[in-house]
Design a protein around this ligand. Structure first.
Ligand SMILES: Cc1cc2nc3c(=O)[nH]c(=O)nc-3n(C[C@H](O)[C@H](O)[C@H](O)COP(=O)(O)O)c2cc1C
Length: 180
């Protein structure tokens, strides 16, 4: 199984670190899972303008196809204005409506306002569900205070939650694969 992580931040590194930790947690449950982390700052994904995918630049084509070829995904975003980042929303706008059919799509968010832990449920989950993704019951919100100044995750409770999240992702995706 191929697991693709997306880091939807062009600014800092917390989202990247959070998604990386989620991918590592998944691998600790199932060492056969192949992982790839797509950090959107590494690609020039063009704004959606209504053209078919083939009309966009190579990076846009590459990233969209990496997402479409994944078996399951961890989707990470910093919380911006009580919602997801624009760069992540733009990538999601490129996808066909059945992009996540038979795929588990886990959500990882980082933010500085504790009360925004439910933003992924209200802002990201409806988009993933619309694209036919199966969203696990557990999701990960990581407050900025759980990161060290070097952007390392040092909060044991967060690491425990990441393990539970990873376990659920693997078992849900395995049960989908068994029904293929
Ligand atoms: C434009 C902007 C808007 C933000 N809005 C929110 C917000 O509404 N709620 C929140 O919890 N954090 C908000 N933040 C803080 C970021 O979500 C937080 O610092 C995040 O961990 C940054 O992730 P990164 O290091 O991957 O860029 C905002 C940050 C920026 C730059």
């Amino acid at each position: 199984m191929k697991l693709v992580g997306i880091s939807g931040s062009l600014a800092g590194w917390k989202t990247n670190v959070a998604v990386h930790n989620a991918l590592e947690a998944v691998k600790s449950f199932d060492a056969t899972v192949q992982t790839e982390l797509i950090d959107l700052r590494d690609y020039e994904v063009e704004f959606v303008n209504g053209d078919p995918l083939a009309y966009y630049n190579e990076d846009t084509f590459k990233v969209v196809n990496k997402v479409l070829n994944a078996d399951f995904l961890v989707i990470g975003t910093p919380i911006y204005q009580a919602s997801i980042s624009g760069v992540l929303k733009n990538l999601l706008d490129h996808l066909p409506v059945d992009a996540f059919n038979r795929k588990v799509t886990g959500m990882v968010t980082t933010g500085e306002i504790e009360k925004h832990f439910l933003v992924s449920e209200y802002q990201l989950k409806p988009i993933l569900s619309y694209l036919k993704g199966l969203v696990p019951s557990s999701n990960i919100f990581i407050h900025n205070d759980s990161f060290s100044d070097e952007n390392e995750l040092f909060d044991d409770q967060v690491l425990e939650r990441l393990n539970a999240f990873a376990k659920e992702m693997v078992s849900l995706q395995q049960s989908i694969e068994q029904r293929k």
